[in-house]
Design a protein around this ligand. Sequence first.
Ligand SMILES: [Zn+2]
Length: 239
Amino acid sequence: MTELLYLKDSYLKEFEATVVKVDGNRLYLDKTIFYPRGGGQPSDRGVVTIGARSYEVQEVVKDGDDVAHILAEDAEGVGEGAAVKGVIDWPLRYAHMRYHTALHIISGAAYRLYKEEAKITGSQIYSDRARMDLALEGLNREKIDAIINLSNEVVNEGREVVYRFVTREEAMQMSDLIRVKPELIPSIPILRIVEIKDFDAQLDGGTHVRNTREVGQITVTKIENKGKKNRRIEIRLEE
Ligand SMILES: [Zn+2]
């Protein structure tokens, strides 16, 4: 089981670890700061150095309870127990962090304004934009603007973003707060909640900024109709 260091501290840019297994170009470590793609957030990229050689990490994926770092070439001759130094592409990761927190702010704003009527049905983060699928009766430009205006207020308020680790039982008691039905809470012993202070709380394994101010102003750049009450909304953040 790979220890996921980014869950506690998303600002780690480099780390040291030990090789657990090598399978061709797939490298497994005892711990990592590399985010494996999932939950709408793309994987990190970066470089790992083992002995005198450096390998480009092109993609990172979950593999059961482990994380596989997919290298640009086979790590021939690298054995279990070897020491590794790793560094992530920080500008890319930080962009993902800002967009991920932005999506949580928007989801919190939609809930504040429209309660259970508003449903986020999907989202995808890129380095320069993000999109979210929102279902809401009579969802027009005016309602979208109201959600984004409230979101930008939350950005300007500079609210703290904190991680909380809870047991499944504790999470089930918080089901209203995190807006997940108790029976849909995953059966894992420890869950992480990402909380935007006094505004939003979600079960989430992604990486986020520490303060909503770091997100910057949110602009809607595209709205696509995806059925009667479904809209696909693309956002961009100020540079
Ligand atoms: Zn999330």
